[in-house]
Write a protein that binds this ligand. Structure first.
Ligand code: GLN
Length: 196
């Protein structure tokens, strides 16, 4: 099985590890740069992107993570993990930085108070049946550059639609939390990429 890391400085680590196991990978928790050696893929979990940003810098993980992305290692970023990947961030905290390796503009906490957290079925490119998507203070993708493609959208409650899943080469990102349901097909997409 491919060894797939889960960034484990903060956030929703255990559920991702279980989902990866269910999807046929061997999960490894990543806390230090050395933990990245030999990975076939990596999950950047949900949590709090400002805290994760601070901890990544404290643990000297920013440059190794950028290198791993530049090397083309498959990565799945979920919720705060999507924020971490974005090249452009709206409504970030003062001084908040990102890894900047996904050609999108992401708005943090985008769905607003009424929709703080919700679950809805979304159609994801590459998955046959709708996916039960759990959103928790979720970001959305407000703009895509030419290198990124939309994988899924949801209604914004005001007649529009918002992008909630994207792909750029071997990088996947979702606004929602695919680790919180028994459906492991999004992790399966990552594991397929990790198998090469
Ligand atoms: N709102 C959080 C952030 O911006 C993300 C929430 C989550 O990951 N569930 O980091």
């Amino acid at each position: 099985s491919p060894v797939v890391g889960v960034l484990a400085v903060q956030g929703d680590v255990g559920a991702h590890a279980r989902a990866l196991t269910a999807a046929g990978a061997l999960p490894r928790r990543v806390r230090r740069p050395e933990d990245l050696a030999g990975l076939s893929g990596l999950v950047l979990p949900g949590g709090e992107s400002t805290t994760m940003d601070t901890l990544l810098r404290r643990y000297d993980l920013v440059d190794p993570l950028r290198q791993l992305l530049d090397d083309g290692t498959p990565v799945l970023g979920t919720c705060a993990g999507m924020v971490l990947l974005a090249e452009r961030l709206l409504d970030g905290s003062p001084g908040q930085r990102t890894l900047g390796r996904l050609d999108v503009t992401v708005r943090r906490n985008a769905f607003g108070r009424q929709l703080d957290s919700f679950e809805t079925d979304v159609t994801v490119t590459g998955l046959e049946d709708p996916f039960p998507a759990v959103f928790i203070r979720a970001p959305w993708v407000e703009g895509l550059g030419p290198r990124a493609v939309t994988l899924a959208t949801v209604g914004d409650g005001r007649g529009g639609r918002r992008v909630v899943a994207v792909q750029q080469g071997s990088v996947l990102a979702t606004s929602f939390h695919p680790e919180l349901t028994a459906d492991h097909r999004v992790h399966g997409l990552l594991v397929d990429l990790a198998r090469g």
